[in-house]
Design a protein around this ligand. Structure first.
Ligand code: AMP
Ligand code: MG
Length: 347
């Protein structure tokens, strides 16, 4: 039996033949702007009680991360306040955690030749990506002048971090939509590691298209994550066997998009043009031990395309699976050994 954990982007497949798996504890809710599904496999009734409480704490941690740190929309968040002060000459203090995330993002911007850029908020706002995704409005293509104006407000050289303070260039906005879910999975990992007496043996934690598998499943079968077929709703292009402790993130043009003039405009933008990325890839799946890297690289490789994207993933020792616009699949060697198509292993 296949357990669909997140039908939005990926699904996670498990074998539920024994009664242990049937007792798994599941919490589903909305956080980080997506559907969250937290599943723990307890060994006994006492662990099941602990698992329920732990899932609640994880959910609260996700809400806290969103509300107090990363959200571009919530007026209580650090990112919101920093964006509000863009252009101010006075410096704003930045928390140690956000400062560290920004430095990691800056490195990824450098390594991806600017394809990945969390200072992309002005363009995300212009293209109304969140409003289109929420179904509040129909998407439309902005004027070339408006795109150029927003594009001039993107670029990590306009993000100055000094002595625990941050300054943004006028008109600039930070947007962590590309990495928030991966960062959140790293938080979940830390909570499980620090769990002490509430430690649980195994679980799957899915935040939209970013998934973390933890521990060994009670029935002894490997964790399996199905990669969605970008060309068929409900179908998948294959299944990945994921080692415990790893995170998998998928970025795809079928997640959030609108259609105009007979073409699809996706939610992943190319900072070099200001328009949706057009690299020939429709879906990018990255496997890494780091949630941050799996999420950041999935977005970066989607923008970069096959050649440059694979080189970037290799630089970070991450495994990749790309589906291009013709439906062809390209994988790193490490991914091939974990990949099962309908027809067999490693196709
Ligand atoms: P993901 O689905 O993880 O690939 O992230 C996509 C989200 O990241 C979008 O909805 C935007 O909020 C933001 N974004 C779009 N293009 C980029 C880009 N080139 N670099 C960084 N973030 C981006
Ligand atoms: Mg991403």
């Amino acid at each position: 039996m296949v357990v669909i954990l997140s039908q939005l982007l990926c699904s996670c497949e498990g074998n539920e033949k024994n009664s242990q798996a049937a007792e798994r504890v599941v919490t589903q809710d909305i956080a980080m702007g997506t559907v969250v599904s937290l599943t723990i496999y307890p060994k006994d009734e006492q662990e099941a009680q602990e698992a329920k409480a732990l899932e609640q704490r994880i959910l609260e941690e996700l809400w806290h991360l969103e509300r107090d740190c990363l959200s571009r929309k919530a007026d209580s968040s650090e990112v919101y306040k920093i964006n509000q002060h863009a252009g101010d000459l006075g410096e704003m203090p930045v928390s140690e955690e956000l400062g560290k995330i920004l430095e990691e993002c800056r490195q990824m911007t450098e390594d991806s030749d600017g394809a990945f850029d969390v200072s992309i908020g002005a363009l995300v706002t212009l293209w109304k990506i969140d409003e289109v995704a929420a179904g509040d409005i129909q998407g439309s293509v902005p004027s070339r002048e408006a795109v150029e104006k927003a594009r001039s407000c993107v670029g990590m050289d306009g993000v100055i971090l000094e002595n625990g303070c941050i300054r943004l260039k006028e008109g600039m906005m930070l947007d962590f939509g590309s990495v928030g879910k991966g960062i959140a999975l790293d938080h979940v990992e830390k909570m499980l590691r620090d769990g002490g007496d509430t430690a649980v043996p195994a679980g799957v934690f899915a935040l939209g298209g970013s998934i973390y598998v933890y521990g060994n499943k009670p029935d002894g079968t490997p964790w399996r994550i199905a990669v969605k077929d970008p060309f068929s709703s409900g179908g998948n292009v294959g299944v990945l066997e994921v080692p415990a402790g790893f995170k998998v993130s998928t970025s795809g043009d079928y997640e959030r998009f609108f259609e105009a003039d007979g073409r699809r405009y996706s939610h992943i933008l190319d900072p070099a043009t200001g328009y949706p990325a057009d690299s020939g890839l429709c879906s990018v799946t990255i496997l890494s031990e780091s949630g941050f890297l799996s999420d950041a690289l999935s977005t970066a490789c989607y923008v970069l395309g096959k050649e440059k994207g694979s080189a970037l993933a290799e630089k970070y020792h991450a495994e990749y699976l790309f589906v291009d616009e013709n439906g062809e699949i390209f994988m790193s060697n490490g991914m091939k050994s974990r990949y099962f198509s309908e027809n067999g292993v490693g196709n």
